[in-house]
Design a protein around this ligand. Structure first.
Ligand SMILES: [Zn+2]
Length: 125
């Protein structure tokens, strides 16, 4: 199921009107979340924040889904903590390397990537 603004994309609605009303209420919570994050960070803030959250906290662990109501969103409760697999560790490792290499502004970038030197006597434009 995918919520794009006021449009709900789903393979089918095999549910009662009461269940559908509950699900629409859940999706309306996402619309409010989208609106708040758009005001704070621009129109892509919600999809980016949701995507990052869902990468580490997929499905019912996702904080936006929890705030919108797991039962109303028809989620099975499977846990609350992050899921740390190879992909998540790879992303965290890359972020740690970037943060380490950028370091404080007084440290030259060469501290991480090696000194780039020009051969003696060569001029560059
Ligand atoms: Zn949802």
């Amino acid at each position: 199921m995918l919520n794009v603004g006021d449009i709900l994309l789903t393979p089918g609605f095999k549910m009662s009107k009461a269940e559908l009303r509950t699900l629409i209420g859940h999706e309306a919570q996402h619309r409010a979340q989208w609106a708040v994050l758009t005001v704070i960070g621009g129109p892509l803030a919600f999809p980016v924040a949701y995507g990052v959250d869902d990468f580490f906290f997929p499905g019912s662990r996702n904080h936006f889904e929890r705030l919108a109501g797991l039962d109303a969103g028809r989620y099975a409760h499977v846990g609350t903590g992050p899921v740390l697999g190879p992909a998540q560790f790879a992303v965290l490792g890359a972020l740690a390397a970037i943060i380490h290499c950028r370091g404080p502004s007084w440290r030259p970038a060469s501290a991480c990537f090696g000194e780039i030197s020009q051969p003696a006597g060569r001029l560059t434009a």
